[in-house]
Design a protein around this ligand. Structure first.
Ligand SMILES: [Zn+2]
Ligand SMILES: [Zn+2]
Length: 215
């Protein structure tokens, strides 16, 4: 149940600002899902304490690479390409927003009690069936209903989803531009800081790995 209907279904009594943000995030992300809704709420908290980043004045440190991060990128302006989105592969629903102007950082971590284990189990089972194409019509309807309910509940709980604390963090370095060097194997330009020296040759990482592998 993507498209307009989902917004109508979850619209009731939810902060209209959040619905707008969810729409924007869904356009970028491609679909509407609970993970995205979580990212929308995290972004709202971040934007209560900082302006959307035109440049790099706001930095997001995300500890997972799931759906919610797309909401954060499009809504807060902390993007992979600008270098003010830092990804840590920890598999945790933790988002830290560092405001360069104030020097303050807010750490948002999803409270453990946010989702009950029991409903999660049932959702995972349904999701597996849908992915494998073995779900019947009833199960598809049930899955969509549950997903909608989760999105609604996430938007409804809002910032209460998170434990929010002010933390001290080391200032991430601003993105810098380096000159390119030509790889002596493939002839392609490569950022100088990424060049590998292998047997006196300057190589790009894939060529260096190939060289090491081939011996
Ligand atoms: Zn998603
Ligand atoms: Zn190369």
């Amino acid at each position: 149940m993507d498209g307009k209907n989902i917004y109508m279904a979850i619209n009731m009594q939810i902060d209209p600002k959040l619905i707008e943000m969810l729409k924007t995030a869904s356009e970028f992300h491609g679909h509407t899902c609970p993970g995205l809704a979580l990212g929308v709420v995290a972004s709202k908290v971040a934007l209560m304490n900082a302006k959307r980043a035109e440049d790099e004045e706001l930095v997001a440190i995300v500890e997972n690479d799931a759906c919610g991060v797309d909401a954060i990128q499009v809504l807060t302006g902390c993007t992979f390409g600008k270098g003010n989105l830092i990804y840590k592969d920890y598999g945790k629903s933790v988002y830290t927003f560092y405001n360069r102007t104030t020097g303050k950082a807010l750490r948002l971590s999803v409270k453990p009690e946010t989702f009950s284990e029991k409903s999660r189990e049932r959702q995972t089972k349904l999701f597996d069936k849908i992915r494998d194409g073995t779900a019947n019509d009833e199960e598809i309807v049930e899955h969509n209903r549950q997903r909608e309910e989760r999105i609604r509940s996430i938007l409804d709980k809002g910032e209460n989803l998170f434990k929010i604390e002010e933390v001290e963090i080391t200032l991430p370095e601003k993105a810098r531009i380096f000159n390119d060097v030509i790889c002596e194997n493939c002839g392609e330009p490569v950022m100088a800081t990424k060049v590998q020296g292998i047997s006196g040759k300057k190589l790009c990482i894939p060529c260096a790995e190939k060289k090491r592998y081939d011996g």
